[in-house]
Write a protein that binds this ligand. Sequence first.
Ligand code: WTA
Length: 656
Amino acid sequence: MSEQAETLANLSYEERRFEPPADLAADANLKADAYEEAAADRLAYWEKQADRLDWDTRWERVLDWDDPPFAKWFVGGKLNAAYNCVDRHVEAGAGDKVAFHWVGEPEDDTRDLTYAQLKDEVCKAANALTELGVRTGDRVAIYMPMIPETVVTMLACARLGAPHTVVFGGFSAEALASRIEDCDARVVVTSDGGYRRGAPSALKPAVDEACAIAEKTGHTVTKVLVVRRTGQDIDWTDERDVWWHDVVDPASTEHQCEFFDSEHPLYVMYTSGTTGKPKGILHTTGGYLVGAAYTHWGVFDLKPETDVFWCTADIGWVTGHSYVVYGPLANQATSVMYEGTPDSPHKGRWWEIVEKYGVTIFYTAPTAIRTFMKWGDDIPAKFDMSKLRVLGSVGEPINPEAYVWYRKAIGGDRTPVVDTWWQTETGMILISPLPGVTAGKPGSAMTPIPGVVADVVNDEGQSVPDGSGGYLVLKEPWPAMLRTLWGDDQRFKDTYWSRFPGMYFAGDGAKKDEDGDIWLLGRVDDVMNVSGHRLSTTEIESALVSHPKVAEAAVVGATDPMTGQAPCAFVILRESAGDGGEDIVAELRNHVAKEIGAIAKPRQIMVVAELPKTRSGKIMRRLLRDVAEKREIGDVTTLADSTVMDLIGQGMAASS
Ligand code: WTA
């Protein structure tokens, strides 16, 4: 058991319980009877949730699971996701309601966007994208900062039935190029740059480079639509590049939307898997939107008339898709959207925003919570956050100390904390406390939400008894589940459905405590979780090996007090590289940033003479993790050469 798993196992004897506040419980959107209702007839329950949306044509069948693992939800139904997120609210008289309180990083740069304004912007962008050649079914890549145009572009794509693929702005040109190529996107939407920590940071140069990389493999990006955000100088390719203000601003606000099949692709989101090549997770329209809307309403107890919701995730991740864009907008919520970082221009910036806009529901990641904890209670204490009534956490297991701090220092010891477990693949929250029902245990995601069937199983796929650990699986399909991996049905089957026949294998270890509540224990594969972001060890290894001085590399995710895990690399240099030179570590870290993105930079790189391998040549990452986490080295009997670990251990001692 890893150290992290062990700590969590010990902590699962945690005695503290936090009952829901009585007023919240009395008026909760989801009450205890929802579990019974869903268990009695799961499909009828989902069918009822589908009525949250406006359908042009009603479905004939709730679920088609005749050819598992390929699911079809709300079969025969037709709808438009953008219409559901925007137009219908305007038609219902809520046009003046604020959809987003947008907060730019420069302090005076804010903008409130009403549903009516959003509708006009989306229609204009849909008309402009059509002008640029985008047709139903075409993929559009989006590489943007956290600005309103990003949401507008996503919805414009949805309106046209052109699946978007949003690539996180922190990813490199190489990473962007591989995604553009994999899903064959011909149009890219970007901006000159965005603001980060008080200064403009560029985005367009990475798009230029990505287009050039793609061109080499014969893939031509025909149009790049560019929002002017910072006004910085950028290169311009006349026949390809188009300014947003030249084509979107003058476009018509009239746009008749078409209704698409419930299973029409909505978006592709790339995420790391156990091999080097990122997986394109495909989400479709009806089921995804039902799942995002239902969970946003139920898990956060959203009251659209009075709540102000803020999910701090970047739109480049699935959390941003489901809980900045699709869930809140489908529910006609008012949300905050913030461009910058939590520490600029000061470490109370988030709490200042919470106070200013009267945020009532707040959703963030444990890595941020731990950072705030380190900065001290006196920072949030300066702000009036008394309107907060529900807090959420996502992305990695939340340690009980951070949970309790979050509840007290941010939530004034009144707010339930919902620790929500889900994945890019699941599209929606699946395991979480309900704020009006559950007596929360710090550190536990508790139980599957009504409508979801999850379990913890052993190596044979048998359900483990309470008090035991194993693998997290989902035993029934759910509406927002991924439909396949873009262009790779076989990998979809192999990755998720072959480990335990008939069950979805999430790749996470988990434990059921004595009450049967679920505790997540981290990934059981070669995926690590750095600040709530998934990174594959293989992907970073491939990036390192692509450097001319590197012969071989092994990467492990080591426990890190702030980021949860941090990549640590062990590299063998080529003979021709000698000792690599004095800056070899910096050189390799920068190389990884260039190949993948800054988040993937190893915290530590050790140059070693050998790597620990089994007799069959497999790298024993477990032992390297022991080294990186400064633990006593575990069992080395399966090593081909047991002296290797001594050498690495000595090198480590010398370098630290
Ligand atoms: C981890 C983010 C424990 C988990 C929505 C999962 C969590 C991976 C939690 C998915 C949680 C997410 N408790 N672990 N509440 N939420 N994870 O695709 O390992 O970026 O498999 O989706 O994050 O990461 P992804």
